[in-house]
Design a protein around this ligand. Structure first.
Ligand code: NOJ
Length: 514
């Protein structure tokens, strides 16, 4: 069962490259995160997820790990990260690191050893065929790059060879079964990495491509799930308060595989994408943006609920579904939503069951910037720009010269900043602080309290219960009513509601009623 501290956890995701630079080299660092812990705490976040900060050639922004136990020098040294754990803990903030179990960088020592013609301890650490011209079945593969006469399977980009956790039902001699000793050694190596960071003070992991481990797995991911359950056994015995969140987006499978939380991701056509991102991506046919939180979008909350409720009912008491504002792989919500629309979207996300995640900068409505690719980011690069702290040099991100910055800062005259929004009681930043403070105060708004829909008819106000509280939402620019009797004290509001035998909400309204 989930780590107990998750009940009231609110996570802040930090892309370390772009958060805060304290040594003027144009790139964020661990000391920068330490300097901003009070800001994070005041925001209402009590846990961090830091994107990969390990030694890497950075062909995929650090998701190509060259050494799992050493941090990338550009962020500091291992001791700086240990100090970050300690300082965060003093302020009641937990820290998750990003674990990349499915692949390494092609520059990892294990892979270099695995490429050798002569058999060694790492020969089977990655997935290799038996011959230099042999296809790796239906897996993406690379040939012609090693001394060894074989091709190897990839897990993502060309720079990311797949670690070998075996095949569920091997069909060719090069496909090893899950119980092959060399394959078990991969799993043990993963546990060793986890133990290393947990014993130095980290509180758990966000797990990259968590469903990708066992190849030719079945629909239920039985092979991969068995590995995670084995990892969970180790955690329960050795680090019972460690928390794990999966990049899987299938809570019924992920949570039963031992995860505490699973991200509800922006999968085109999926329920979450209909809330804020119902626009064409990845070459989809152009269509109108009918996102639920677009005020003129004619959205329908049922497109979200149809998927969410099934998952919610199925996983209650097993683990948590994690709603997120955005992450380093998706366009920022500000891409299509204005701050007035974001306020309603965030009020909703941050009062849902499960454990919410806020991506750095979304709290001030940072824009998605159209930029050339950086470190394998491609379209994602626009969501990875430096945090905007002040109106000063480089928007307060770095004292370095402008052309040394990891990515350019938003050059718009009205680029949102923390400084400006701190002084504006109506700002998005202060709204986020307010709703997160309420969440921490009211147990009924936290991870475990029941969620029950009272009215979800299209065109009517969306009304639901969280525990004993009633919440009503109208994101549209037209007044909406719901045929539900709601009486009581309004304890939080954006906009205006009229309570009674039915509830009427002015345009763009969100209320919590006790
Ligand atoms: C998912 C990560 O979020 C993404 O940024 C990365 O490129 C791939 N996994 C590969 O590790």
């Amino acid at each position: 069962m989930a780590a107990t501290w998750l009940k009231d956890a609110v996570f802040y995701e930090i892309y370390p490259q772009s958060f805060y630079d304290t040594n003027g080299d144009g790139i964020g660092d661990f000391n920068g995160i330490i300097d901003k812990l009070d800001y994070i705490k005041d925001l209402g976040c009590n846990a961090l997820w830091i994107n990969p900060c390990f030694d890497s050639p950075f062909k995929d922004a650090g998701y190509d790990v060259r050494d799992y136990k050493k941090v990338a020098p550009r962020y500091g040294c291992n001791n700086d990260l240990y100090r970050l754990f300690g300082e965060a803990h003093k302020k009641g903030i937990k820290v998750l690191l990003d674990l990349v179990p499915g692949h390494t960088s092609e520059e990892h020592e294990w892979f270099k050893m695995s490429q050798k013609a002569e058999k060694n301890e790492y020969t089977n650490r990655f997935i290799w065929t038996d011959f230099c011209f042999q296809k790796a079945a239906d897996l993406n593969y690379v040939g012609g790059e090693s001394e060894r006469s074989a091709t190897y399977a990839l897990n993502f980009f060309k720079c990311q060879p797949a670690l070998n956790y075996g095949f569920l039902k091997p069909e060719e001699p090069w496909q090893l079964p899950m119980d092959h000793p060399d394959v078990i050694a991969t799993r043990e190596a993963l546990k060793d990495v986890m133990r290393f960071w947990l014993s130095h003070g980290c509180d758990g992991f966000r797990v990259d491509m968590a469903s990708s481990l066992v190849k030719h797995d079945d629909e239920k991911k039985s092979g991969t799930s068995a590995i995670w359950l084995d990892v969970r056994k180790m955690l329960d015995a050795e680090f019972p308060e460690a928390a794990m969140v999966s990049e899987w987006s299938n809570p019924p499978l992920a949570l039963r595989a031992g995860y505490d939380m699973d991200f509800y991701l922006n999968i085109p056509g999926g329920g979450y994408s209909t809330l804020m991102r119902d626009y064409a991506i990845f070459g989809m046919e152009e269509h109108e943006d009918n996102s639920y939180f677009k005020k003129d979008g004619d959205g329908d909350i049922n497109r979200f609920l149809d998927e969410y409720l099934k998952w919610y009912e199925d996983t209650k008491g097993v683990g948590y579904i994690s709603m997120l504002t955005c992450n380093h792989d998706t366009n920022r919500p500000r891409y299509t939503l204005e701050p007035d629309e974001l306020k309603l979207a965030y009020a909703f996300l941050f009062t849902m069951p499960g454990v919410p995640y806020l991506y750095y900068g979304d709290e001030i409505g940072m824009r998605y910037l159209e930029l050339p690719t950086k470190e394998g980011g491609y379209f994602r690069t626009g969501s990875r720009t430096p945090m905007q702290w002040t109106k000063g040099k480089n928007l307060g991100f770095s004292e370095g010269c402008e052309d040394s910055l990891y990515l350019p800062v938003d050059s718009a005259a009205d680029a949102p900043t923390v400084e400006a929004q701190e002084n504006d009681p109506d700002s998005l930043l202060n709204m986020v602080r307010g709703i997160l403070a309420l969440r921490h105060k009211e147990e009924d708004l936290q991870a475990d309290a029941e969620f029950k829909v009272l009215c979800s008819e299209k065109g009517k106000a969306f009304v639901y219960k969280r525990g004993s509280l009633t919440i009503a939402v109208n994101p549209s620019n037209k007044e909406q009513t719901a045929p539900v009797a709601v009486e009581g004290e309004v304890i939080y509001s954006i906009g205006k509601a009229t309570l009674g035998s039915q509830i009427t909400l002015a345009p763009q309204t969100f209320v919590v009623v006790r």
